[in-house]
Design a protein around this ligand. Structure first.
Ligand code: 1CP
Length: 347
């Protein structure tokens, strides 16, 4: 089988024969094989065993026939070598031993040296670059989303402590953003050198911010990150996460190639708000994967039709797959996206 680069071409707004598709959290608990592996290994153990991690990454590509793989890892992984002590707790998510809240905490954060600190990640990417017939997406969390775990000490609903630092100690906040920004650039460049064919920055919780706060406290760091990545030879995706609709106009001049949007804004409206500089990725509500097929099909068709109104579209969900989702629904959806978009594009 030859290499399928449809996903890369869509990211660069080039010609495609079908709409490429991949899913956030395409490796995970909805898969019986993943659940079996998780009985023997914790999530972080999987990340640290390159052969196993590569296997978990490849599994959904084989099962679903998606057009891209995403490295199996977690946004917390590069925070370890920065000096953050954390664990990932089942059904909760990342939990820190001690949250980062004062000047000494932030000053203690080191920059990472991926070749030494995260050699297992780079080794996994090297294996995958050899074995995959589709591009591998490397990734990292974005500064706001990472900071929210660091300052809160775990998952949050209202980001009270995070916003308290942002509003109350803006200098400290900016130092934290700066350190995370530098880590992100270093880490993504290392992933690309190891063989990642694209990279995505997950800003899952940025939608918790009012646009003016995003602009003041987060945008400058996002601007800098994408500027520093401008020359890297692979597409860059920014996923602005849950409820990010009001932020979309602020992304217009970020030097990313693709903007990932959630389902609260349609693809057509998303393009209107972001402008036409970027390809768009999204945006099926993952809950729709539990709906009857006819409903899912008509929603998918609507998303594809709008996606094809301009060059540059990647089909995805608006957020990650839930464990309850039946794998055969995902396979059926993947086939549908390929077949329907192929019929539209080759009329
Ligand atoms: O063992 C398990 O199955 C626990 C669930 C799980 C999984 C499968 C966690 C805990 N992390 C992961 C892997 C993971 N994390 C991937 C795998 C690659 C793939 O998509 O197939 C990715 C891309 C992530 C990234 C990640 N981790 C994000 C950004 C994406 C998103 O979903 O918004 C975030 C916010 C996290 C933190 C995290 N890790 C785990 C959980 C349950 C959470 C969210 C906690 C919260 O609600 O705040």
């Amino acid at each position: 089988m030859s290499f399928n680069d449809t996903f890369i071409r869509a990211c660069l707004k080039q010609e495609i024969e079908h709409v490429p598709v991949w899913y956030m959290r395409q490796a995970g608990r909805y898969q019986a094989e993943y659940r079996e592996i998780r009985k023997k290994h914790t999530l972080l153990e999987i990340c640290r065993i390159p052969e196993l991690c590569a296997e978990v990454t490849i599994l959904p590509v084989q099962q679903l026939g998606v057009d891209a793989a995403i490295l199996f890892s977690d946004i917390m992984v590069p925070l370890g070598p920065m000096g953050v002590k954390y664990d990932i707790i089942e059904k909760r998510g990342p939990i820190l031993e001690t949250p980062f809240r004062n000047a000494d905490d932030i000053a203690s954060l080191r920059n990472i040296e991926p070749e030494e600190d995260l050699s297992y990640v780079l080794e996994t990417i090297q294996i995958l670059a050899r074995e995959l017939k589709v591009p591998l997406i490397g990734f990292t969390g974005a500064p706001f989303t990472l900071a929210s775990y660091m300052v809160e000490g775990g998952p949050s609903r209202n980001y009270i402590r995070t916003k308290q630092m942002m509003y109350g100690q803006p200098e400290l906040w900016n130092r934290l953003m700066e350190k995370l920004g530098s880590m992100i650039v270093t880490y993504l460049k290392a992933q690309i050198s190891a063989g990642a064919g694209a990279v995505q920055i997950f800003d899952s919780w940025a939608g918790a911010l009012a646009p003016e706060d995003y602009k003041q406290y987060v945008y400058p760091t996002m601007k800098r990150i994408f500027q520093e990545l401008k020359e890297v030879p692979v597409p860059k995706i920014y996923f602005g996460g849950v409820s990010s609709g009001e932020l979309l106009p602020l992304w217009n001049d970020l030097d990313a190639d693709v903007m990932g949007i959630d389902w609260r804004v349609s693809i057509r409206e998303g393009r209107k708000r972001i402008g036409n500089n970027h390809a768009i990725q999204g945006n099926l509500d993952p809950t729709m994967l539990l709906a009857p097929w006819s409903k899912l099909e008509s929603k998918a068709k609507e998303i594809i039709d709008q996606g094809l109104e301009a060059p540059g579209f990647v089909f995805n969900l608006g957020h990650g797959i839930f464990p309850e989702v039946p794998g055969d629904m995902l396979k059926r959806l993947t086939d549908y996206v390929h077949e329907y978009s192929h019929s539209v594009l080759n009329k």
